[in-house]
Design a binder for this molecule. Structure first.
Ligand code: 5AD
Ligand code: SF4
Length: 477
């Protein structure tokens, strides 16, 4: 039950979405691929790069895995459960492979990187294994696999950013698009497998980022989310070869500004920020531009300085609190969300209480909450014993979830009677008589279509009349 709860509050609720790109007529392609993505937004964004590479190699997308020549799973390793889900899915594909022996099955992403060629032995039906920096080699690997060989490329790169590849927008609502600005992570949080699966941090060419955002806007998109494991350490120095007047180094603050200037009608979001790296410059730029959304995802992980140290987060409880104060001071009304881990190695009841009190202090609008899952090869796995019993981890997680539910409700209740500018994303899930959109603070708001003529992608002012802990309800004013 708890796992369901955790998933609901995390992006992994999107796990296993099958993507069928709305691109050129699939009939024009001789072969078809089917792709499923798991895990973080970065993985979903990577799948759009993979789709672009495959399209250029003559593969069209299909929504139906039974008619595919190639099935790909873009996988996540962040918690053990994510890997279990993928393994289960692979066994389900076994049936299709029996019916269609020519079918190729490929594993992409973090799990491919973590388990490498061992995956081919463990999962007999896997033909292709490709790590996050090797997607350009997919067409060659597919050819190898078609010739009956198992094909693997899990080389990590210090340079690859796929800057020149135009992602094929998969299952997009046509309003919001994700744009990858950097890859990898240098932080080495002790619990985290990402630095091992996604490699060293590198920033993408700023001009190619701005170009991609502008292209999206020209195609009718109204919102871009700039993605990176740690966006605040974005750093790009233009070279003489960059056909642009600008020569000074681009930081995350200046990148945000460059993207915000594309048009006041293009909303800019970003994820994820690290408390140690988010600067006042970034906060001032967010405050300065109306179209940069007033929302920061600022994972705390734990409220105990001792645990934060063991996690190698490089900030203390007090430092984090000061950051929250600074955000509230520079960007009044800013939405703030967090990631929290319950039951990290040696965590005491006192440490746990410190997490609860820091959540209360921060007044998060939303949190993604997990219990600690030891990952092979991480610093924590090598250094510490995973010594908190599962029952204790789950009980603590439940307390964290309960508190977050109250905080989310309180945050929504504070919005009652206020009017927000909302970007309409589409019909509400429950009724096509209602629109669903988001406020700048990233809150979902549902309101009746009655009484006003507007469309998906429009900005409207909506007054909040009611709320649940997860959603605001309102009416157009
Ligand atoms: N166990 C539990 N949660 C984890 N996260 C990362 N690694 C682990 C782990 N081993 C969480 C962190 C991170 C989010 C993306 O996933 O909270 O911010
Ligand atoms: Fe993992 Fe920490 Fe990097 Fe986030 S910042 S990806 S938690 S190592």
């Amino acid at each position: 039950m708890l796992d369901v709860l955790t998933q609901k509050v995390h992006d992994e609720a999107r796990q296993g979405e099958a993507f069928a790109p709305f691109i050129n007529d699939p009939a024009q392609y001789q072969k078809k691929f089917y792709i499923e993505s798991y895990g973080c937004q970065m993985n979903f964004s990577d799948s759009e790069i993979v789709a672009s590479i495959l399209q250029d190699a003559g593969f069209g997308a299909t929504r139906d895995c039974a008619e595919a020549d190639l099935i790909l799973l873009n996988t996540c390793s962040i918690r053990e459960k994510a890997e279990q889900t993928v393994r289960k899915r692979l066994t389900e594909f076994r049936k299709i492979k029996v019916a269609n022996p020519g079918l190729l099955v490929g594993v992409l992403g973090c799990m491919a990187e973590r388990i490498k060629s061992k995956l081919l032995e463990e999962e007999q039906l896997v033909d292709i294994v490709v790590g996050p920096d090797a997607y350009r080699s997919l067409p060659g690997l597919i050819e190898e696999a078609e010739g009956g060989q198992k094909a693997v490329n899990v080389l990590l790169s210090r340079e690859e950013t796929y800057a020149d590849i135009s992602p094929v927008r998969l299952n997009s609502n046509g309003v919001s698009g994700f744009v990858s600005i950097m890859r990898g992570c240098n932080n080495m949080c002790t619990f985290c497998v990402v630095p091992f699966t996604r490699g060293r941090e590198r920033s993408r060419n700023a001009f190619s980022i701005v170009k991609e955002c502008r292209d999206l806007f020209d195609r009718g998109y109204k919102e871009v989310t700039l993605l990176g494991q740690n966006v605040d350490s974005y750093y790009f120095t233009p070279e003489a070869t960059d056909n642009n007047a600008r020569r000074d180094t681009v930081t995350f603050a200046s990148l945000l500004e460059m993207v915000a200037k594309i048009s006041p009608l293009l909303r800019v979001r970003f994820s994820t920020s690290h408390p140690k790296d988010i600067t006042d410059d970034v906060l001032y730029v967010i405050a300065k531009y109306k179209n940069i959304c007033k929302y920061i995802h600022l994972p705390v992980q734990s409220g105990s300085t001792r645990i934060l140290q063991m996690m190698n987060r490089t900030y203390t409880r007090e430092w984090y609190m000061a950051k929250i104060n600074r955000i509230r001071e520079i960007i009044p009304g800013c939405g703030i969300s967090s990631d929290i881990i319950a039951g990290f190695c040696t965590e005491t009841e006192e440490d746990h209480q410190a997490t609860l009190s820091l959540m209360e202090y921060s007044g998060y609008d939303l949190s993604y909450m997990f219990f600690y899952s030891e990952r092979p090869g991480t610093l924590a796995q090598r250094r510490y014993k995973d010594d908190i019993p599962e029952t204790v981890k789950k009980r603590r997680l439940q307390e964290i979830v309960n508190l977050q539910n109250r905080l989310s409700r309180e945050s929504n209740e504070k919005d009652l009677g206020k009017t927000f500018e909302v970007l309409i994303e589409g019909n509400s899930k429950k009724s096509d008589q209602d629109w669903m959109g988001r406020t700048s603070q990233n809150k979902v708001i549902v309101f009746s279509k009655n009484g006003a003529y507007c469309n998906k992608g429009d900005y409207v002012n909506v007054k909040v009349t009611d709320c649940t802990k997860a959603t605001l309800l309102g009416e157009i004013v």
